[in-house]
Design a protein around this ligand. Structure first.
Ligand SMILES: Nc1ncnc2c1ncn2[C@@H]1O[C@H](COP(=O)(O)OP(=O)(O)OP(=O)(O)O)[C@@H](O)[C@H]1O
Ligand SMILES: [Mg+2]
Length: 358
């Protein structure tokens, strides 16, 4: 995947912009609040997904403007494409002159992976973030797998309600039995999907982490399950039923599992330094992109918002100069970090405008 041009009009604080990135690494630099992340967000929206900042459509339109328009020219493995996104009351998308139903029509066309500072919570926060990462990655890779993920969370909700109702209406116990059986089947499928994804992800993450740390650190990813296999989950549900009835929740199951991230054998969450935690999160993102690439044959562009801070010179150099064969976009406000870019393209942003670099 290679973006050769992005035009923005009426988007956030960006002036009418024509951005022409190069192959390889592109650094977008400038002081705070000049529009660096806005430009990255504009590129990201061409993937058909929602803003990585969780912005509403209306917030994307420049203050005082009626609509925003983004036009991208990019090459995939097959051809050059022109995509156009208009953001007004709703989003409308046009690809190579053909009007698509909605922005979701872009999904899978322009493939991108984004690292925003909020993604650090994958390492720092509790297991929920990590389960969500696994499930979302699985769904992105295999849309059919999404059915199990959705059904599992629906069944859990239903079970929660049933655990309450059954205490008033004891004839509902039969229903609870039926639901538990289905929950065990679907829950097992969800776990299998996560593990299968992890098997593909792990070598990619290890390799990139080794590079980032100059071979001095090893990362390990380990799935920590509360039960192993469908039978096992079914018997766990039986065993926990009394407790579940008291707490009116399902105490054990795949919705309590975790993905442990270890650096040199110890938990990155508990013991990792800032730089190690950031490196681990970054390696996960690069890994996600590699798996996506193996599956689709397209190399996703990588968007890195504000990754340089907290990383030492070696790790910064690795990201700037040793990521091969893909287009990367990095925002940065530290001139010293920008100075480390040896090849690649620099773009300076001032008050929403691309200005010549000095
Ligand atoms: N819809 C909008 N219309 C006009 N301006 C906007 C809109 N949305 C955001 N902005 C402005 O865009 C400015 C730049 O935002 P952006 O997040 O791109 O900065 P940045 O260059 O990434 O800065 P930092 O280095 O602090 O991350 C902000 O000051 C914000 O007020
Ligand atoms: Mg920013």
């Amino acid at each position: 995947m290679k973006l050769s041009e992005l035009r923005a009009k009426g988007f956030r604080n960006l002036a009418e912009t024509v951005y022409e990135p190069g192959e390889g690494v592109n650094v977008i630099f400038g002081e705070n609040a000049q529009g660096k992340t806005n430009l990255l967000e504009a590129i990201w929206l061409m993937s058909g997904l929602k803003s990585f900042r969780g912005a509403k459509d209306q917030e994307l339109i420049a203050f005082g403007a009626l609509f925003a328009k983004l036009k991208a020219t990019y090459e995939n493995a097959v051809r050059e494409n022109r995509a156009e996104l208009t953001i007004a009351d709703k989003k409308t998308a046009v690809l190579n002159g053909v009007k698509l139903g909605s922005a979701a029509g872009f999904l899978g066309k322009f493939s991108a992976v984004v690292f925003a500072p909020s993604f650090l919570s994958i390492v720092k926060s509790g297991p929920e973030e990590r389960r969500r990462f696994l499930d979302a990655s699985v769904c992105q890779l295999r849309p059919a797998a999404a059915a199990s993920v959705t059904e599992f969370s629906r069944l859990l909700k239903q079970r929660g309600a049933l655990l309450k109702d059954v205490q008033i209406e004891s004839s509902l116990y039969d229903m609870l039995d039926v639901l538990d059986e289905r929950l065990a089947t679907v829950g097992d499928k969800v776990v299998e999907q996560r593990k299968e994804y992890l098997t593909r992800l792990t070598p990619e993450v290890s390799e990139i982490y080794r590079g980032l740390s100059g071979g001095r650190e090893e990362i390990t990813l380990r799935y920590v399950g509360t039960c192993d296999g469908e039978e096992n989950f079914a018997s766990l549900l039986k065993k926990n039923r009394r407790e579940d009835l008291l707490s009116k929740t399902t105490t054990g199951g795949p919705h309590r599992d975790d993905l442990e991230i270890l650096i040199n054998g110890v938990s990155a969450r508990a013991f990792g330094s800032q730089g190690q935690q950031r490196s681990a999160a970054l390696a996960l993102k690069f890994g996600e992109s590699a798996v996506l690439q193996a599956e689709t044959g397209e190399t996703p562009v990588i968007l890195l918002d504000d990754v340089m801070s907290e990383l030492d010179a070696y790790r910064q150099d690795f990201i700037l100069n040793h990521i091969k064969d893909r287009q990367v976009f990095i925002t940065c406000c530290d001139p010293e970090a920008v100075g480390r870019l040896s090849g690649g393209t620099r773009t300076k942003i001032e008050e929403g405008r691309i200005v010549p670099c000095t």
